[in-house]
Structures are given as structure tokens and as C-alpha cells.
Design a protein around this ligand. Structure first.
Ligand SMILES: Cc1cc2nc3c(=O)[nH]c(=O)nc-3n(C[C@H](O)[C@H](O)[C@H](O)COP(=O)(O)OP(=O)(O)OC[C@H]3O[C@@H](n4cnc5c(N)ncnc54)[C@H](O)[C@@H]3O)c2cc1C
Length: 377
């Protein structure tokens, strides 16, 4: 891949840069709900400016941005230290999944409110006994006329407390092999039969939740990609998750590394060759991650869909982010551990990086088998 931007990519970058300069939302307020509302307002502003979903086709309200332009968009957002839009799972996962598998009615109904942030989406995949081995999930859906009746439990459902819709995978055929008996649904979260209970994380936030589903109703029209085809549809969601986040995350990582380097320089710590060497190593890792993320784009351009290469960037990002946060704590000492230090939040939050969106062990298996072509054990 050619890593220099052409004239129209540079024009795209400059236009977005100027727009962010004029519309930057400033610092997020304190408080979980307040910060979420702030990101939701930010998404509305992006939407009104035509910037909420640049990678979506024009017919769905996007800008038809090329993959490189979409990467530039994420890089610029992170560089300006502007927040991610609130409906990140809708924009990166639900939208592209509906574009690939949804009916025309589903695209007409759901895509625009995803983009404007009017309807937030969450991802109801993981269960207490089905995380890495997602296909063994037990939530069941039984047909009742032109509806489905769903009962089961989901866990780690990020943003469920704000969501109108859930990408839900449930078992609809109990006799079929486990990957074949699944169906992908759009579940309306606003019904009595769906209870959302927050789970408090090590950071003190309740970013994710348990979902208790007791005979919830889903109309047949909300099946995505056909009954029994849920595994394939879920894979589209997962591939988009790993590839889609790669760009924003790797630039976010670089921004934090630059902050740490600036702090170290201001305190004269860079004169210590051990510190300089460690920070240099982290810079090197960030650069490798950036180039690998661009290499993943080449594969997406070739095959039209993100492929297993996204697993490599997700793995490298989580590993490097954890190293960086641990090093910030080592370098800055006890002050980095105080509750009002942003580094203490980052250190604690980074523990989840090697679990969310696929654990590192699972990603290594994917890279070994599907990228390197190594034999399965
Ligand atoms: C911050 C955060 C947000 C999340 N948000 C969501 C969300 O919105 N929606 C959602 O559905 N889920 C979400 N998850 C859940 C996440 O996808 C799962 O935690 C993850 O897939 C692992 O599943 P598990 O927790 O059941 O662990 P398990 O699958 O039980 O794994 C336990 C351990 O065994 C290892 N292991 C398992 N199988 C293998 C294998 N075959 N080979 C080698 N090692 C193996 C794992 O790597 C792990 O170390 C979130 C998780 C986190 C941390």
C-alpha cells in the first residue's frame, strides 16, 4: 500500500481538520451519564455537519469515504483529542452488519437513527457461559406466529443502559450443530421483559451490564440475515469490531504516549537513557501498529470486507496500551495512582483491553490459523 496521501485525501483531511477546529466540543464533563450525554451531543453535531459516518455509502447518509479517508477521519479525531461519538457500536458494528445482511426495510428503518445518535445500539453476544466460545450460547428464541419469544441472559453488554436496540444472537434450532442453530435479531430494549443491571468495573464505572431477558418479543421482521444464519452474521459484526476500532485506538494510544513523553521531558527524565530507551521502544511499537493497521486496509480493499488481519492490530494495540499505562505508573510514581490522575483511570481501564472484543489468546489463534495458515491443534 502507498502510505503517502494523494491530493484528494489531503483535501479531505484539511476539510475535516478545519471543521473540528471550528466545532471542537471541549473537555468532557465529570460523571458517567454526563460524559455519555456529552458524546451524544457531539455525535449529533458530527451528524449535522455530515461527518458522523464518513465510511458509510452516500445512499445511507455517509460520505462514501474511501478506507484511507475513513482512517484519516479517525486519526484526525484522535489527534484533536475529540471524543468518539456515543453510538460507537451502532456506527462501527450494527450499521455495517445491516448494510451487509439487512433487508431494504431494515436499512431504511435503522441506519439513519444510528448515524444521528438518536437510537443507541448495544451488542448482546456474550453470556455467562459463552464468551470466547460464542457458538455455545444458550439464550433461546422460539417462534410464536410472526414473532419470536426470547429468554436467556447476556453479560458484559456495554452501553445497554443507554440503548434502544440490541444486536442479539440467540439459539433457534436446538438439534442443529452449535454454529448452525443460531439467529441474529434486532431486540427492542424498551420492554419489561428486558432488565438491564449495571456491573461496576475496577475503574468504578458501570460501562457494561447484565441483561436478563424473560420472554421478550421480537417481530420476525427483526431477524437479520435469515433464520439459522446467525453465526455468519455475527462474524461480520466481529470482523468490523476488530478492524473498525484499530485506527482510532492506535492514534489514541499515540496521543497518550506523546503526553507521557512531554511530561517526562518537562521533568528532565528523558536524560535518563533507560527512560528514553523505554519510551523509544513504545514509540516504535506505535509506529508498527499504525503501519499494520494500514496493511489491514489493503486486505479490506482487496476482499471488500475486513478480514482476520484486524485480530492482529487488536492484539498489538491491547498489549502496547497495557505496557504504556504500566510504564506511566512506573515512571510517574505514586502520583499516577491517585484517583484524580487520568493515568490511574487509564491503568485500571487498560486491564480489560486484552479481554474486550476478543481475548488475546483467541486473537492469537485466529492469526495463527487464518493469517499464517498454521495447522489447528
Ligand atoms: C470492557 C469490556 C466490554 C465488553 N463489551 C461487550 C459487549 O458490549 N457485548 C458483548 O457481547 N460482550 C462484551 N464483552 C465481553 C467479551 O467479548 C468477553 O469477555 C470475551 O469474549 C471473553 O469471554 P469470557 O469473558 O466469557 O471469557 P472465556 O471465554 O471464559 O475465557 C476465559 C479465559 O480462557 C481463555 N480461552 C478461552 N478459550 C480459549 C481457547 N480456545 N484457546 C486459548 N485460550 C482460551 C481466554 O483467553 C480467557 O483468558 C466485553 C468485555 C469487556 C472486558
Amino acid at each position: 500500500m502507498d502510505l503517502t496521501f494523494n491530493a484528494s485525501e489531503l483535501a479531505f483531511r484539511d476539510e475535516f481538520r478545519a471543521w473540528i477546529d471550528a466545532n471542537h466540543p471541549g473537555e468532557a464533563p465529570d460523571g458517567e451519564d454526563e460524559a455519555y450525554g456529552f458524546r451524544r451531543d457531539w455525535q449529533r453535531r458530527l451528524y449535522e455537519g455530515g461527518w458522523a459516518a464518513v465510511h458509510w455509502p452516500k445512499e445511507y447518509g455517509g460520505r462514501d469515504a474511501t478506507l484511507v479517508e475513513a482512517a484519516i477521519f479517525n486519526e484526525e479525531l484522535a489527534r484533536a483529542r475529540a471524543p468518539f461519538p456515543a453510538n460507537v457500536l451502532g456506527l462501527l458494528l450494527a450499521g455495517p452488519t445491516l448494510m451487509t445482511w439487512g433487508t431494504d426495510e431494515q436499512k431504511d428503518r435503522y441506519l439513519n437513527p444510528i448515524m444521528s445518535g438518536e437510537e443507541i445500539w448495544c451488542q448482546g453476544f456474550s453470556e455467562p457461559e459463552a464468551g470466547s466460545d460464542l457458538a455455545s450460547l444458550k439464550t433461546k428464541a422460539v417462534r410464536d406466529g410472526d414473532e419470536w419469544v426470547v429468554t436467556g441472559q447476556k453479560v458484559w453488554t456495554s452501553g445497554a443502559q443507554y440503548s434502544k436496540w440490541c444486536m442479539l444472537v440467540a439459539r433457534t434450532d436446538f438439534d442443529a450443530p452449535k454454529h448452525k442453530g443460531l439467529t441474529y435479531f434486532i431486540l427492542d430494549m424498551e420492554q419489561e421483559a428486558v432488565q438491564v443491571r449495571p456491573l461496576v468495573q475496577i475503574t468504578g464505572e458501570a460501562e457494561f451490564n447484565e441483561l436478563f431477558i424473560e420472554e421478550a418479543r421480537i417481530p420476525d421482521a427483526n431477524v437479520v440475515g435469515g433464520v439459522g444464519n446467525g453465526w455468519k452474521v455475527a462474524l461480520t459484526t466481529l470482523m468490523n469490531e476488530r478492524a473498525g476500532l484499530a485506527f482510532g485506538l492506535q492514534v489514541g494510544l499515540k496521543v497518550k504516549l506523546d503526553q507521557l513523553t512531554e511530561t517526562a521531558a518537562a521533568r528532565g527524565l528523558l536524560d535518563d537513557p533507560v527512560v528514553a530507551d523505554r519510551l523509544g521502544d513504545l514509540h516504535l511499537r506505535c509506529e508498527i501498529l499504525r503501519l499494520t493497521a494500514y496493511r489491514g486496509l489493503t486486505a479490506t480493499m482487496k476482499y471488500g470486507q475486513p478480514g482476520p488481519e484486524g485480530s492482529l492490530t487488536k492484539w498489538m494495540w491491547s498489549d502496547t496500551n497495557q505496557q504504556l499505562m504500566q510504564y506511566a505508573a512506573d515512571l510517574l510514581g505514586p502520583e499516577a495512582l491517585l484517583t484524580d490522575s487520568p493515568w490511574s483511570y487509564e491503568l485500571l481501564r487498560s486491564r480489560g483491553n486484552t479481554i474486550e472484543g476478543g481475548t488475546t489468546e483467541i486473537l492469537k489463534n485466529i492469526v495463527a490459523e487464518r493469517v499464517l495458515g498454521l495447522p489447528r491443534r
